[in-house]
Ligand binder design. Structure first.
Ligand code: HEC
Ligand code: HEC
Ligand code: HEC
Ligand code: HEC
Ligand code: HEC
Length: 457
């Protein structure tokens, strides 16, 4: 800590483009007036937020973990941007339009709360750089309270920009940073801070579009026994390369320093925020975060196959959610694809049965055994456009720590000496949906093998 004043000066020089600022406001203890009823569009001036680049001056490791995470990319993510533009097109119903315009509230939260962009159809090329950083450091660390547990109900208390950075809320109750003030926030240690964005309701129809937080809340991980309780942070902020930190793998502490110069602590929460998306972060950061997503997926579920009734042309496959703190898949459960690929080869190696095999156009056959949510138009017809989702038609995703068994009827007994191979596969979006989006075709998304079993008959 001996040279912290020198460091602050260096940082301030960087952030103010070479102009050194007076040190006085840095150490003052200003009180900010908070009006929690004005947490809506344009409630806060953009100048009050600080770029994540500034935080990286001292928190360089945390910054590198967060950089190119799906939180950093939430606004720039080409899949999200093209899907949201596509869904907005051609709508005429007022309430459907309201939903299709609302995406920026979570994907560009600094922009939304500071007044631009207000909606998906704004000229997004004019998005200020700080807002284009998606869910960035100062956004999460200015949050101190929640007003509603869905559609981003965070209440914020940012400082006044770089020359008066204000309070950063976090898990430590004993820290004395130099640049900014710090305050212990119990909220940051709870699933609720994640859940307010990870539960999404249709803004007009109230349909549950994403329910990750509710799924966790109803799971055994939300236990009153501290030995069994695991918050979102307990899995997603313990992961680092080689340590997937799921419900079925160890979640060891990560000793280290929160900055480049402060004392070591027993655990520093990692900021990779890896989920299941291997395609998007992998593209931006040269694979590391993509590989971590694969590692997470490979420690999420187990498979077993029962061939005892195969002579009667029946096969039973059981999938167990052993590692996720919510359903598999979770999040955008209508888009994520988790399915069973089954192949039976006879003794001579000839295919006797197949299901769930992608065709050469990367399309999944209609009869594939898939775990997903299907939305409806209110009259029982499935819809692809979230904006039209008036009901949940079906949801057969696998809940935390639960098993689902599928019985498959075979056309014939494949014969003695045949081999049954079952794979559980993941893809973050159907090719069918990608094909609908006008413009440059998307590269096919990676298919990740979550689990595999093989059995000889
Ligand atoms: C000049 C260096 C410096 C800069 C720049 C900086 N911090 Fe810090 N920050 C620290 C130090 C030092 C600590 C205390 C670390 C410790 O005690 O282990 C800290 C602690 C924190 C904490 C923990 C607070 C708590 O009570 O749990 C958070 C959160 C935080 N910083 C967020 C940020 C954010 C967000 C930014 C950018 C807007 C930022 N910091 C910029 C030096 C800095
Ligand atoms: C999605 C919200 C979110 C974002 C974005 C985010 N953090 Fe955090 N951060 C948290 C939470 C939550 C914790 C505490 C976890 C706990 O205690 O369970 C935390 C902890 C910290 C801490 C305390 C030390 C530690 O890691 O244990 C620091 C410092 C910090 N964050 C800095 C940053 C910086 C710098 C950035 C941007 C590069 C950033 N955070 C981005 C949510 C976020
Ligand atoms: C301000 C809203 C917001 C908050 C708060 C938030 N998230 Fe997110 N999170 C998002 C959005 C939006 C995305 C998706 C971005 C995309 O895919 O384009 C996302 C993506 C993720 C992903 C990656 C998903 C994937 O498919 O790979 C993980 C993991 C994640 N969040 C975990 C967390 C955790 C843990 C917390 C709490 C510490 C948290 N989030 C807090 C909005 C938020
Ligand atoms: C017990 C460990 C564990 C806990 C607790 C946990 N997760 Fe996860 N999470 C996982 C695993 C494993 C995966 C990969 C499998 C999957 O996609 O479901 C995952 C995937 C995700 C994804 C990507 C989903 C997809 O398929 O696109 C998001 C988003 C996410 N988690 C958010 C959260 C949030 C928010 C919480 C807290 C409400 C949370 N997680 C709690 C283990 C956990
Ligand atoms: C309340 C917060 C919230 C709102 C509002 C929201 N999203 Fe998201 N979005 C998320 C979260 C959280 C994830 C990550 C879930 C996951 O990984 O499965 C996500 C992920 C996505 C993804 C997956 C991106 C990828 O790379 O695979 C798409 C596409 C998406 N959202 C589209 C939209 C559209 C379109 C809208 C507006 C109609 C919207 N979102 C509104 C929170 C939100």
């Amino acid at each position: 800590m001996q040279d912290f004043k020198g460091r602050v000066k260096k940082i301030m020089a960087v952030v103010s483009g070479g102009i050194l600022l007076a040190a006085a406001p840095l150490f003052a203890s200003p009180k900010y007036a908070i009006d929690e009823n004005t947490m809506d569009e344009g409630a806060i001036e953009i100048d009050r937020f600080i770029s994540s680049d500034t935080c990286s001056g001292c928190h360089s490791q945390i910054f590198e973990q967060w950089e190119n995470s799906m939180h950093h990319l939430a606004h720039k993510d080409p899949v999200y941007s093209r899907v949201s533009q596509f869904l907005r097109k051609g709508l005429t119903d007022k309430e459907e339009i309201k939903e299709a315009e609302s995406c920026v509230k979570c994907h560009t939260p600094v922009g939304h709360i500071t007044g631009f962009p207000k909606k998906v159809s704004d000229d997004l090329s004019k998005t200020p750089e700080i807002a284009a950083q998606g869910i960035q450091c100062d956004y999460c660390h200015s949050a101190y309270k929640i007003k509603q547990m869905y559609n981003n109900g965070l209440v914020l208390n940012p400082g006044q920009g770089e020359d008066d950075p204000g309070i950063k809320y976090g898990p430590f109750d004993d820290c004395e940073p130099d640049f900014h003030e710090a305050k212990y926030s119990g909220l940051h240690t709870e699933s609720r801070i994640c859940g307010t964005c990870h539960d999404v309701k249709h803004v007009a129809f109230g349909t549950d579009l994403e329910t990750t937080y509710t799924e966790w809340k109803n799971s055994p991980y939300n236990s009153t026994d501290p030995q069994k309780r695991v918050e979102c942070q307990g899995c997603h902020m313990y992961q680092r390369p080689g340590i997937p930190a799921t419900g079925s793998t160890p979640r060891p502490e990560n000793p280290g320093s929160a900055t480049d110069y402060s004392d070591e602590r027993p655990h520093i929460f990692t900021h990779y925020f890896v989920g299941a998306n291997a395609a998007v972060p992998g593209k931006f950061d040269g694979q590391i975060k993509g590989e971590m997503a694969i590692e997470r997926l490979q420690n999420a579920a187990t498979l077993s196959v029962d061939t005892s009734r195969i002579k009667k042309k029946k096969l039973k496959v059981t999938v167990t959610n052993s590692g996720a703190g919510h359903s598999i898949p979770t999040g955008v459960g209508d888009l994520r694809q988790v399915w069973l690929e089954i192949t039976i080869l006879n003794k001579a190696g000839k295919t006797r049965f197949q299901t769930g095999v992608l065709d050469d156009k990367h399309l999944l056959p209609k009869d594939a055994l898939i775990f997903q949510t299907v939305f409806g138009d209110g009259k029982g017809n499935p819809v692809i456009n979230l904006a039209k989702a008036r009901q949940v038609l079906s949801d057969n995703r696998i809940k935390a720590k639960q098993s689902v068994t599928q019985t498959i009827k075979l056309p014939t007994f494949p014969g003695k000496g045949s081999t049954v191979t079952v794979r559980l596969l993941y893809r973050s979006m159907p090719q069918k949906v990608l094909n609908l989006i006008p413009g440059k075709p998307f590269e096919p998304l990676p298919v990740v093998e979550m689990a595999k079993v093989q059995k000889k008959i």
